[in-house]
Design a protein around this ligand. Structure first.
Ligand code: ZN
Ligand code: ZN
Length: 183
């Protein structure tokens, strides 16, 4: 075949080309599924694990850990093959929808096990998002403090200012205070 991109075709163990029994799949075309997995178009059906290891990825649907996951084309979220099969019920009359961002015509792609670089980039990206959130929160707190201070100043100034003081302030070229309170 003319696959010049040199996509590495990992040899998948035959037993991982069929569902591991996470769900009771009714309408799975096993031949098609096997071909997709062998062609590296879908992640192999590795049995999911419960323990979190840094070299594993968690499927956000079944919360099990896998050596590699499929990615949704719309939002790049990971999903294991069995959960993906479960989402795509062939007899459903509704167009398939991404379970994460609700985009129609849900489709996934498989890019193999994540490289160290990809993982590193993801971590940087995550850190960036966290930093941005912290910055935003800080700004909110700051704004809120400023608002409180202004309110306090306003209420205290309206209490102290006597008409004479206002005259004095405008005489010295200070900003003219228009807030005049009559008692
Ligand atoms: Zn899953
Ligand atoms: Zn999506």
């Amino acid at each position: 075949m003319g696959n010049k991109l040199g996509r590495k075709r990992c040899v998948v163990d035959e037993k991982y080309t069929k569902p591991q029994g996470l769900y009771q799949h009714k309408d799975v075309d096993h031949k098609k599924l096997r071909k997709l997995i062998l062609d590296s178009k879908l992640a192999p059906c590795y049995p999911g694990g419960d323990d979190c290891r840094c070299d594993l990825e968690e499927c956000p649907i079944c919360f099990l850990y896998y050596p590699s996951l499929n990615r949704s084309r719309c939002c790049m979220k990971g999903i294991c093959t069995e959960c993906f099969l479960q989402m795509n019920t062939p007899n459903s009359t509704l167009p398939s929808q991404c379970p994460f961002c609700k985009t129609f015509n849900y489709a996934v792609e498989y890019r193999g096990v994540k490289t160290k670089e990809e993982k590193g980039l993801e971590q940087i990206e995550e850190q960036r998002v966290i930093d941005a959130k912290i910055r935003m929160r800080r700004k909110e707190i700051q704004d809120e403090e400023e608002r409180m201070q202004r309110r306090q100043e306003m209420s205290s100034s309206s209490r102290i200012f006597e008409p004479t003081e206002i005259g004095y302030a405008s005489g010295t070229g200070m900003p003219v205070i228009t807030l005049i309170t009559f008692f």
